[in-house]
Design a protein around this ligand. Sequence first.
Ligand code: PLP
Length: 459
Amino acid sequence: MLENNSTSVNTADVQTIDAEHHMHPFTNTGALNKKGARVITHAEGIYLWDSEGNKILDGMAGLWCVNMGYGRSELIEAANSQMKQLAYYNTFFQTTHAPAAQLAKEIASVTPYDLNHIFFANSGSEAIDTIIRMVRQYWAIKGKPYRNILIARENAYHGSTIGGTSLGGMGGMHKQGGPMVPNIARIRQPYWYGEAGDMTEEEFGIACAKALEDKILEVGPDNVAAFVGEPIQGAGGVIVPPANYWTEIQKVCDKYDILLAADEVICGFGRTGNWFGCETLGFKPDIMSMAKGLSSGYLPIAAVAVGDRIANAFIEHNEDFNHGFTYSGHPVAAAVAIANIQLMKKENIVEYVAKDIGPYFQKKLREAVADHPLVGHIEGIGLIAGLALVKSKDPKELFGDTVDIGMVCRDHCFNNGLIMRAVGSRMVLSPPLVISHAEADELCEKVRLCFDLTLKSVS
Ligand SMILES: *Cc1c(COP(=O)(O)O)cnc(C)c1O
């Protein structure tokens, strides 16, 4: 382990050139430049080290992606040997290579239902853009080009390209760089704790599906291409929908013959205790996007798994689909993703999340902080969890605009060797799937400590 190589990086030097030349994503660049970014130097397992020598437990698996943990030699070797063999070739022009073909097969071996046709991209956003174009083109092939409206949810995250931003439901993103892509409609999110009032979870699940039906009738059933949703909203704050939600949504889609698309970029590859979130949440998408956990974040790669209904329409239609990326099915990224899926299978990691560490983590987290004065509600499945921070539990009272409670808490986490992300007043966790029991204990203890410190600093 490279415990001491932090000395090889001078924090101030990196911060200076970073401030001079690097524009960070989702960041107030001016403010960051004054403060200086935290410099990460190396990582092993579920831990990161910064240039000041601090060891940090990565409770977010990077950005929900380093599912198999840092420093896995199987993935490093796969990249190394593929680079020597064939560093790049494209998959346009009636060409393929073994890594792309084999990865398509490997993905199809873990996708549920008939989602067996794989289109490659390089990021979750590109996969979402692919879905937008593919479902619209599907209806065009079917002689109904007017069926081009996509329905998504408030507070959904589908990436940051113009397509992903438009489809997502993040108000702060819609305000910038518009106008957005037209013919996207939105319905309420299934956030029971925050938005259901007096409704039971079941009543609320039905109300949310009713909102979809109302929207379909409003825009005209024959104008709708697809409904798109994350099985569990991630960047929106880890919102686990009511148990009946997806079954009810599926019924509405079936009734109006609307395609159902799952954005599995976070939930895919084991996070919820199945290979894909739609299996855990109980619905059958016609098409789904995946990225992050596909390569455990070691290289950028994404994919869209397409079911027979859509794929066969394209296969039978005698015309090109004019869409793709220079790096679609990039051989080195594909080789790493193959090695990642094979490693997941070899270590039975999905079963570990479903039957062992997932339930253990959920139980420990509740034992650690359910009774904490700041914690209004905890939701989560497998190795993903969201915690609502409140000023008062009963009656429920949120912190107003005067205190950014999430940021206060996140800073305490950073300062105490824990990465936990804040989404407004919600704290979210998504640790690597390889986390051990002892590490999960440590994670939950750190969460408790940071909530105590947060409470102290706002009392
Ligand atoms: C991260 C994310 C995306 C975007 O993925 P990028 O690789 O950042 O483009 C899309 N959908 C969901 C659900 C995500 O969490």
